[in-house]
Design a protein around this ligand. Structure first.
Ligand code: CU
Length: 181
């Protein structure tokens, strides 16, 4: 009996010490938080105020490519006059040399097959035919785990094709880029 009550006492003391420690920690955290919060608030205010007008005209678009030679989107819609900030993310693991992906926005009237065949021969230029006038904009070629962001003005309202110009990919890695009025 004596032994039991002793250990209960010890346990109780340990618990109290533990509680005391926790309280101190909490108080510390509150102090740190209080010291920081005015700074955080002012930063937030600044960034939202300065980017208010710009944000309305910038549209963020993201698209993924994978090791199965697919994009995760076959349609992207933006509005005329918008600045498009497009991020291509390669969510696979394969190397650029075997499963490279890019995002190429083609001018209207471009025949995808013809462009794709020219692109195959442009290995030294990231599979973008040199001197081509068929490309509105494009990202660089990336491999597994990489991502790339480009920014461009949306072209005139209408429907455009986008493709990946890595050899053999354009027939499955393509979609419509739609610019609405
Ligand atoms: Cu590809």
């Amino acid at each position: 009996m004596k032994f039991l009550s002793k250990s209960v006492l010890i346990l109780g003391a340990v618990a109290m010490i533990a509680c005391g420690d926790k309280k101190e920690e909490k108080e510390d955290k509150i102090t740190i938080g209080d010291g920081n919060s005015p700074q955080t608030e002012s930063t937030t205010e600044k960034s939202s105020a300065s980017s208010d007008s710009a944000d309305e005209n910038v549209v963020e678009v993201s698209i993924e490519g994978n090791d199965q030679m697919r994009y995760n989107k076959d349609e992207i819609k933006v509005k005329a006059g918008q600045t498009v900030r497009l991020t291509l993310k390669h969510v696979g693991e394969m190397e650029k040399s075997v499963m490279g992906h890019n995002w190429v926005l083609l001018k209207q009237g471009t025949v995808i097959n013809e462009f794709g065949q020219k692109a195959v021969q442009a290995k030294d230029n990231d599979y973008i035919p040199e001197g081509t006038d068929a490309v509105i904009t494009h990202t660089k070629m990336i491999g597994g785990g990489e991502e790339v962001t480009i920014e461009f003005e949306a072209p005139a309202a209408g429907e455009y094709d986008f493709i990946c110009s890595f050899p053999g990919h354009y027939s499955v890695m393509n979609g419509k880029f739609i610019v609405e009025e």
